[in-house]
Design a protein around this ligand. Sequence first.
Ligand code: NAD
Length: 268
Amino acid sequence: MKGLKGKNALVTGASSGIGQAIAIRLAQEGCNIAINYRKNPEPAEDTEEMAMQKACGSIENCGVRSLLVQGDVSQESDIVEMVNSVADQFGSVDILVNNAGIQTESPSHEVSTADFDKVISVNLRGAFICARETIKHFISQNRPGVIINISSVHEIIPRPMYVSYSISKGGMENLTKTLALEYANQGIRVNAVAPGATITPINEAWIDDPEKKAEVESHIPIGRAGTSEEMAAAVAFLASDEAAYITGQTLFVDGGLTLYADFRESWS
Ligand code: NAD
């Protein structure tokens, strides 16, 4: 896609699922990719291997560069170190994808403060600090940049039993809009991709259970869950110059889930 070749991209939580697919897709588009992982480097190495295979056929002599960067996005010091390290090693950062995310399930009145804080500190506070540090870098180098936040349909659909997750994604909408407005005149675009139900490890509760999967898919107008690659395609578009005039928007990639599928047939 236009304008992606040679750009330096940092993807958080890129060892699995949607983040992994985004890193692979951006490498295929010619971006150098920094693959963030929280703890275990092995799955991140798998992402790197797959990305280089897809981009160049092999990890050796690949025109696309890759880096593995350890960092827990709930820790401010880790984020500062991660962004600086990517900027030093690549020379700059052009694209940040705030993808890392977690969820916990519990009735809202039983959610402990510690569990609430944990989800917010990864999904929302972490995304903010990553954006803040990357924007500092864009400004210090006087260069344009792109930030893409991986939100969720739960940015707008309330999700009982997942109050911290819903709040984190609702907050992400405002994070996206506020930063987009504040930095638009400095060549910095900020958008979000909001996946619907997607086949990734975060959904281990239903993806391998045909009955539960059918129940989830019955609420999706297109009739099936999405794939990580479909989310990555939207990210690549928003990161590219094809989307040069788009900022402050959330692109829902959800098979129509946010169209209120239960209204497909008349209720009368
Ligand atoms: P996933 O569990 O495969 O990916 C989440 C990634 O975040 C993992 O690689 C994990 O290691 C990483 N991570 C978690 N805590 C971290 C931390 N503190 N620091 C750094 N990395 C951390 O699930 P996924 O579905 O690929 O989720 C990716 C994003 O997509 C999340 O933000 C999620 O909320 C969002 N999303 C997913 C779906 C879906 O149905 N799969 C739907 C809507 C939104």
